[in-house]
Design a protein around this ligand. Sequence first.
Ligand SMILES: [Zn+2]
Ligand SMILES: [Zn+2]
Length: 293
Amino acid sequence: MRIDLHTHSNRSDGTTSPAELVRHSLEFGIDVLAITDHDTTEGWVEAAETAATEGLELVRGLEISCKLAGHGVHLLAYLPDPTYEPLAEELERVLDGRNSRLPATLDKLRDLGIDIDAKDVRSCAGAAVAMGRPHVADALVSLGVVKDRTEAFDRYLGPQGPAYVNRYAADLFEMIATVTLAGGVSVIAHPWASRHNHDALDPPGLARLKDAGLVGVEVDHEDHDTKTRARLRAVATDLDLVVTGSSDYHGDGKVGHEVGCNLTDPGAYEHLLALAGRAAAASGRATPTVLVS
Ligand SMILES: [Zn+2]
Ligand SMILES: [Zn+2]
């Protein structure tokens, strides 16, 4: 059984539609797929409809932009009830923050002599709910300023870059609690990726997050090298956190992240579903079902 629990469609910064994402995953032999767009559930319906017709088990999820001790942390939330108001409201705040960041980013680029219009970014963003840095990066690529998104982030848009603008992100502890109350489960995405500061996600930090309701950590991710994976796996086992593995597929938007390049163990997946079932029962929320083919 091939299980990939972290992928993006063009409703955030991926390049394939939710339907194409499902079909593409089937071509890569995936049995269980989670759609986890940034801060939006916009792709769920289309992905679920295609998954039902094509016979793929779909886990509805999202990757929420959070902060901890002043640093960005990505939180994977699986199977929360999207109509739970505190969750919906917080996601709206995060999306608003993303959209209002754009003019400030474009101002900074202009100061650097790079003239990009919001319209250029909009056309790169296609069907996305919010225009984010990846779309600015795409505009920089089409202008020929950089060769790909990675270079755009390294040279301009990353936290150390001259065009970086801070933005609103959800408080990590509060968001974990909100996801639980929405009947879902939380897993930290790529906690020890080198491009993020992860001082606060050390073993004691992860233990505190577990106390707050965190159920798992994404260990097998391309941003973790072999050593990092081994260390993180040991910490997760120690803390009794579910270990997941996934591709973080973005279509053509991120190279080296093909669907299924990392997988989640079927036992870990079952465990995750059981914990989600427990959260749903405790919250009384109608959480989305996993479609079984
Ligand atoms: Zn991420
Ligand atoms: Zn991601």
